[in-house]
Design a protein around this ligand. Structure first.
Ligand SMILES: CC[C@H](C(=O)O)C(=O)SCCNC(=O)CCNC(=O)[C@H](O)C(C)(C)COP(=O)(O)OP(=O)(O)OC[C@H]1O[C@@H](n2cnc3c(N)ncnc32)[C@H](O)[C@@H]1OP(=O)(O)O
Ligand SMILES: [Co+2]
Length: 134
């Protein structure tokens, strides 16, 4: 079912500071900030040779990363995103196996303009999983 790791996401309390750390201290190429109100986050992508790091800052009052940052105020690893060829086929197979698909269970459009779904961290050893159809 799984293809490449598309990105590893870090929830951060201060996106500008995190972006500067990756760009200036670590010498990485970073994108412009992108506000995603539908997802309650603002994102910056750090471009690496083999994958991307997604820096996430809460946006709006109901951000899904607010509770996470309340528990880890300094930030931390939030999710890993795997590529899939067919997100609906993947969802249906996962549902059959008993995994919980978050939200309404229907894919939403993610930061790359592609369909994405999230799987509950309690079903995958404490790691929130995002699937992205490529
Ligand atoms: C799609 C745009 C962009 C992209 O890449 O294209 C993004 O990636 S946006 C990313 C932000 N969006 C989401 O995270 C959507 C999916 N997330 C959720 O639906 C919730 O955040 C959820 C269900 C993971 C947690 O929400 P809930 O309200 O249930 O929060 P709790 O704090 O009560 O958590 C319950 C339980 O789960 C543990 N938890 C929560 N988040 C994580 C996490 N990221 N990694 C590991 N574990 C997590 C939390 O600690 C609680 O555990 P407990 O033992 O009960 O204390
Ligand atoms: Co993501």
């Amino acid at each position: 079912m799984l293809g490449r790791v598309n990105h590893v996401a870090l929830a951060v309390p201060d996106l500008a500071a995190a972006t500067a750390a990756y760009e200036k201290t670590l010498g990485a190429r970073v994108s412009e900030p992108q506000a995603l109100p539908e997802h309650g986050v603002t994102v910056v992508f750090v471009e690496l040779p083999n994958t991307k790091i997604e820096l996430l800052e809460p946006l709006g009052e109901n951000s899904p990363i607010a509770a996470f940052l309340a528990k880890s105020p300094g930030g931390g690893m939030h999710h890993i995103c795997y590529e899939v060829d067919d997100i609906l086929a993947a969802r249906d197979e996962l549902k059959k196996g008993g995994a919980r698909i978050l939200g309404e269970g229907e894919p939403k459009t993610g930061a790359h303009g592609k369909p994405v779904l999230f799987l509950h961290p309690k079903d995958f050893f404490g790691t929130l999983i995002e699937l992205e159809q490529v």
